[in-house]
Structure formats: C-alpha cells, structure tokens
Design a protein around this ligand. Structure first.
Ligand code: FAD
Ligand code: DHB
Length: 395
C-alpha cells in the first residue's frame, strides 16, 4: 500500500486533515484502532469556535451543523449566586460559538470522506510508525489479522493522547510540559429540556459546575469532583442535588432535571510537547497537547493544527517548498500556548482548590467580578473563547 500522507487516528484532527488534503487533490489513508460505531458514539466536547465553524462550512461540512447546532452569542458566568452575561458577539465584532457535539462532527467527517471515496481503515491493530527521519516513512499495522505496510511521504500523528506516534519519537528529541490539576469533571447527559439559552460557567463554594446543551431534548452538564471518584460514587439523586446546590441563583431560575443517560469522569491536565514534528512525522491535536476542558479548546486546537498542516502540505505538493512544513511546529505552538494559558486561567478562576485557601477564593471572586464588570477584561475573555485567529504565515 502507498499513499502521500499516512494519517494515524480518525479523531477530528485525522479526519479533517484527510478531508482538507482531498479538497486539494492530495491522497491520504486514515488508520483507526476503534470501529466506526465506537468513534461515532464517543461523547466528548461540544463547543466549536467561530473559526472551526467557518472552516467546516467553507469545506462543505456545515449543512447538518447549521441545522442541528446551536449558535450562542454569549455565555453566563455565575458566582455568588448571581449570573453575569458575557456578550461574545458584541465584544468580538459579531463572532459566536456553536454548540454541536464532537461525535456529530465525526459522523459528518466520516461520511464526507467515504462518500468521496476516501480510505479509512477502522479496527486496525498493532500500529507502528517507522523510518521517520527518512523521506519514505512507513506505517505497519494489522488489518483482519494480516500484517500490512503503508508507504508514505509523510505521517500525521493524529492518534490522541494515548496514541503510538508521540512515543515513537526518541525521548531526547522532545520536551514535555505538564500540569495536573487536583480535581476532575463529572459529566452527564440528561434527558431534559434546556435550562438556559446559553452556557453557564459557575463557581460555588462546593466547586465548579457547567450547564451546556446538546439538543432540545438532551442536556450536557458537568461538575467538579475529586479525581479519585468514579461513576459508582454518584447516584442520580446525589448528582441532581449537587448540581442544584451549586447552580442555585435565586427563585427565578431552576435547573430542569430528567433521566440521566450517561455518566463519566474526565481527568484534567495541561500538556504540551515541543516540537510537534520529528523528521517526517507531524503531531496534531491531542497527540501533541492536552488542555483542561474549561476553555472548550481541545477539539478546536486539533482543527487549528491540521489547518496549518494541510496548508503546509498543499504548498509542498504544489510548489515543492518545504519551509511551511519546517515552520509547522513553531506556527502551531504560538497559538497552542495561548489556548493553554486561557484554559489554565479559566480553570484556575472557576474551580475550588482542595485545602480551601480563603485568600485564593477571594482572588477568584475578585477576578470574576473584574471580568464581568470591565469591558477590557470581558473582551479578553470573549476573543479567546470564540477563538484566536489562525496564522497561516507565508501560505
Ligand atoms: P482524538 O479525538 O483523541 O482522536 C484520536 C483517535 O486516534 C481516536 O479515535 C483513537 O481511537 C485513535 N487512536 C489512538 N491510538 C491509535 C493507534 N495506535 N492507531 C490508530 N489510531 C489510534 N474537550 C473540550 O474542549 N471539552 C470537553 O468537554 C472535552 N471532553 C472530553 C472528554 C474526554 C473523555 C476526552 C478524552 C476528551 C475531551 N475533550 C474535551 C478533548 C477533545 O475531545 C479532544 O481535544 C479532541 O478529541 C482532540 O482530537 P484529536 O483528533 O486530536 O484526538
Ligand atoms: C462543553 C464542554 C466544555 O469543555 C466546555 O467548556 C463547554 C461545553 C460541552 O461538552 O458542551
């Protein structure tokens, strides 16, 4: 087997890269360890930045998103029992976010690739990336038990935080930066109508809570928990009681409850590897960096990376120039670190840290008060939340 770009992982990064390359006539093959059913059913992120929405629309993937997604022009920051609206659109010249689940984006991408005759191999095993420093890197894998080799010009490591690509780089070639947070998120899907028109990010003495949505009938809610806790520790009644306490905001508002359809605990860490390239292997998305979910940046960063990578590969195949590929890591990392900063800042402002340091808590309230009362501070939050621009320098 041979292709120009071998892509490891059919998450948002890998599938979108394959789609963007296809639109420029560059062939690729995507290898995925899980089944199509599994990747299309995994519940993850839900917030798409303006730039992500624009890119999906411009590349023919926006139809269902526009119909079924929810465009939100603001978010609410709630603390001390009171809500404060951040008017994203007014503060950013009309930009907004769209709430549309990651697995719906995945379904749209898989369909687009398969309809266009794209090659995605699901449920492959024993994936190995080889000869990364040569001009002919190879991916070896098993398909239906048979050992197969895929000869490539380039390999894109889009295999997420637990993949094989990053660990295939000699450790001395990479620098890791990491921060682990002393809390996690408990996430649920509930069958209920929306309790609010926009997302609510809430700080309470008992910890963080977030009200998000999926459809008119299904809601997505999160609350801060201990990272050692499991789904078994939280009965449905306990979950609703905790959410009601944390989100209480006077008599005019109540969280609407309903049957809980899904529960999960999400660990929180910040992680970056530098550089995002080794020879002809390019890392994109979660394989190169992880953000805590508070800023809703994980999926959007994966999209931004592959946009930069696709532009560099297109330039290479069109004109033979390799300078954009050489600058790939540097171009992405400038934006990655700003998203890391924003995610760390939102996380630090909105969570209760164990130990209950009253000084820190006062600072958090002061910060929230400042962000919700100063146009300058609110604008800084808004422009990061809707997404900083992607710089395609020299493309
Ligand atoms: P992934 O989506 O992880 O895709 C990688 C793909 O590679 C997977 O399909 C995987 O099966 C496959 N793969 C792995 N190893 C191999 C291999 N050896 N060979 C071939 N394929 C392989 N972000 C938010 O902003 N908000 C959230 O609420 C949020 N919730 C999350 C909840 C969970 C449980 C997780 C894990 C992540 C969450 N994220 C969230 C982060 C966001 O979903 C990710 O940033 C995003 O999925 C990154 O896309 P990706 O394509 O880089 O990686
Ligand atoms: C969702 C996830 C996030 O991480 C976030 O900050 C906002 C919303 C969601 O899954 O809807």
């Amino acid at each position: 087997m041979r292709t120009r770009v071998g892509i490891v992982g059919a998450g948002p990064a890998g599938l979108l890269l394959s789609h963007l390359l296809h639109l420029h006539g560059i062939d690729s093959v995507v290898l995925e360890v899980r089944s199509r059913e599994a990747i299309e059913a995994t519940i993850r992120a839900g917030v798409l930045e303006q730039g992500t929405v624009d890119l999906l629309s411009e590349t023919g993937l926006g139809e269902r998103m526009r119909r079924e997604g929810f465009r939100h022009h603001g978010i609410e920051l709630r603390f001390a029992g009171r809500g404060h609206r951040i008017d994203l659109a007014a503060l950013t010249g009309g930009k907004a976010i769209t709430v549309y689940a990651q697995h719906e984006v995945i379904k749209d991408l898989v369909k687009a690739r398969l309809d266009a005759g794209g090659e995605i191999h699901f449920s492959v095993e024993d994936v190995n990336v080889l000869d990364l420093k040569s001009t002919a890197p190879t991916i070896r894998f098993r398909k239906d038990g048979a050992l197969t080799e895929l000869a490539c010009d380039f390999i894109a490591g889009c295999d997420g935080s637990q993949g094989v690509c990053r660990p295939s780089v000699p450790p001395r070639a990479l620098t890791h930066y990491e921060r682990v947070y002393p809390f996690a998120w408990f996430g649920i899907l509930a069958q209920a109508p929306p309790s609010a028109e926009e997302l609510i990010y809430n700080l309470h003495d008992r910890g963080f809570a977030l009200v998000s949505t999926r459809t008119r009938e299904i809601q997505r809610l999160y609350f801060q928990c201990d990272p050692k806790e499991t789904v078994a520790d939280w009965s449905d009644d306990r979950i609703w009681a905790e959410l009601q306490t944390r989100l209480a905001a006077g008599p005019g508002w109540k969280l609407i409850e309903g049957p809980i359809l899904q529960k999960g605990v999400i660990g929180m860490r910040s992680f970056v590897v530098e550089p995002m390239q080794y020879g002809r292997l390019f890392l994109a998305g979660d394989s190169a960096h992880i953000v805590p979910p508070t800023g809703a940046k994980g999926l959007n960063l994966a999209v931004a990376d592959v946009r930069v990578l696709a532009a560099a590969l297109v330039a290479f195949y069109r004109t033979g120039r390799s300078d954009l590929l050489e600058r790939y890591s540097e171009s992405c990392l400038r934006r990655v670190w700003k998203a890391q900063r924003f995610s760390w800042w939102m996380t630090s402002m909105l969570h209760r840290f164990p130990g209950g340091d009253p000084f820190r808590h006062r600072l958090q309230i002061a910060e929230l008060d400042y962000v919700t009362s100063s146009a300058a501070a609110a604008t800084a939050l808004a422009e990061n939340y809707v997404g900083l621009p992607i710089e395609l320098t020299g493309a």
